[in-house]
Design a binder for this molecule. Structure first.
Ligand code: BDR
Ligand code: CA
Length: 310
């Protein structure tokens, strides 16, 4: 049976790569794309999601507008990382598809009730929409099969503050609500995604893919690579989000370890830091499966092989 997925996203260069991967994967039944604020404003992210829907021929997939702001803090965007429009140097035509008449929160609630125990939520942006959906209808918590989140870091430095990862930083209170809800919760943190560096070498390996797909990936990731070079002295770019998508299809790409995880909501310097209790100091049962190792080459090959089929 295909895995029914709601993708909650803020496209976003690496979000776009995750959407490409899902669109290329018959194992996935993409039930909806719900859009959040994050890499840029929710309206720009929505426009990008709709452009990607048309670009990839995802006609049957509703794209729903979600939260424009985090629950408590003020809005953060990352246009220096993803470009003013959110997709780096890539320019896709304006969408002909329209957003769903149902907003992201109600889309999540309706789909979970339509397919009880079947929906996997793949969240690759701030978790505001998921937190609002479970606040509005807590009955969905028990009906969601699994929540897979790209975010946080364990040992790896933060990419937003020294201790915090971008998605978690953008809405720490929402992350806390989702973490505490009691889901089957998987986290794909920077510890593994920052090993997955996409470089010019990988662009060359795309030979054989449709020219417009190569151009899109080249134009979007070139901007992302310039950011990583300038701000983090990294050669290439960390493609965080498609790894979280890939493990829905190829779980063996990562090693998951179960931990009791917390998020710091108060720290002056450490707000939005995710921590795991390695030594079980708190004597709490694990609440998160955390990807701690990744087979980088296998993931890169998988991603490239799949986008060549688009
Ligand atoms: C995450 O933050 C965003 O900028 C990316 O799209 C990814 O989801 C990485 O920290
Ligand atoms: Ca993202």
């Amino acid at each position: 049976m295909r895995t029914r997925v709601i993708l909650d996203t803020d496209p976003g260069i690496d979000d776009a790569l995750a959407i490409l991967l899902l669109a290329a994967s018959k194992e996935i039944s993409l039930e909806a794309i719900t859009v959040t604020h994050g890499n840029t404003s929710v309206d720009k992210c929505l426009a990008n999601a709709l452009r990607l829907k048309d670009f990839l021929g995802l006609q049957g997939v509703p794209v729903a507008r979600g939260a424009s702001e985090p629950l408590v803090k003020s809005l953060t965007v990352a246009e220096e990382t993803h470009g003013d429009g959110g997709l780096g140097y890539a320019k896709l035509p304006d969408a002909t598809s329209s957003p769903s008449p149902t907003n992201a929160i109600d889309t999540i609630i309706e789909l979970v009730h339509k397919y009880p125990h079947e929906i996997t939520i793949l969240a690759i942006g701030p978790l505001t929409n998921i937190a609002l959906a479970i606040h509005k209808d807590p009955s969905i918590i028990k009906l969601i099969n699994r929540v897979v989140v790209m975010g946080g870091s364990v040992h790896y430095p933060g990419n937003m503050t020294p201790d915090s990862e971008y998605n978690v930083y953008c809405d720490p209170e929402a992350f806390d609500i989702v973490l505490r809800a009691g889901f089957d919760f998987t986290l794909v943190p920077l510890d593994v995604t920052y090993k997955c560096l996409f470089t010019k070498k990988h662009i060359e390996k795309l030979a054989g893919a449709k020219p417009e797909i190569i151009k899109f990936i080249d134009d979007s990731t070139r901007f992302y690579m310039e950011f990583h070079d300038e701000y983090q002295s990294i050669d290439g770019c960390a493609i965080n989000d498609p790894l979280a998508a890939a493990i829905l299809i190829r779980p063996e790409l990562v090693t998951l370890k179960e931990y009791f995880m917390t998020i710091e909501l108060k720290g002056e310097f450490t707000r939005a830091k995710t921590s795991v209790d390695f030594y079980n100091v708190y004597k709490k049962a694990p609440n998160a499966k955390v990807a701690m190792e990744v087979d980088v080459e296998a993931f890169m090959d998988f991603l490239i092989e799949r986008v060549k089929t688009l």
